[in-house]
Design a protein. Structure first.
Length: 194
């Protein structure tokens, strides 16, 4: 008797991807939180001004969306990734694809595209201002972007400094409140091993 292998093809359901995204959300996807905090469209005018792309009337392959590419640089910065690793992680991680607004089958940025996009912003002297605006927007909402390894990048609530009205007045005039200066000096001594 000859043994036969039977392969059963399982057809994916219409809602399978939605269920995976729901599971990501339930697990606390930090990129979903970041998307809720920042409407990345606020960066489009600055990106368009810096990139000065053609209108496409001469033909050629259209460029990748500038906002999606900026979000790619945000991912790269948050997770400390090289261009090649960024390309891989976008292909590999559903959370990255969802953050970038990419569906299965969409064109994804490769490492050369990522490098060229970043270099275009550097040449236009725009990249520092864009990331400063990104950081300011997060801070204004009470958050800090804590970059790190791929496993632990997260968005956390920023610590709040508590000052009295008197301390605020001293700081506003360029001074340092006495008790705060002593505390900072003590903290430095502890940190420096003194």
């Amino acid at each position: 008797m000859v043994a036969m292998e039977v392969h059963v093809s399982v057809q994916r359901g219409f809602f399978d991807l939605d269920e995976r995204y729901a599971a990501l959300s339930a697990a606390g996807d930090p990129l979903e939180k970041l998307s809720a905090l920042i409407d990345f469209e606020i960066f489009r005018p600055a990106l368009d001004a810096a990139l000065q792309r053609s209108d496409g009337s001469k033909g050629g392959r259209p460029p990748m969306d500038a906002v999606m590419m900026f979000k790619t640089l945000v991912l790269q910065t948050l997770y400390g990734l090289s261009d090649a690793q960024t390309e891989f992680q976008i292909l590999d991680r559903r959370s990255f694809g969802r953050f970038l607004g990419l569906d299965d089958g969409d064109n994804t940025p490769d490492e050369t595209t990522i490098w060229r996009f970043r270099e275009a912003l550097v040449r236009a002297n725009a990249i520092e201002a864009l990331f400063a605006r990104f950081d300011t927007h997060l801070k204004d909402q009470g958050y800090l972007a804590m970059g790190g390894q791929i496993v632990d990048a997260s968005i956390i609530a920023a610590p709040r400094q508590r000052m009295t009205d008197e301390e605020r007045a001293i700081v506003k005039n360029g001074g340092i409140p006495e008790d705060r200066a002593a505390r900072d000096c003590q903290d430095f001594r502890v940190w420096a091993g003194g």
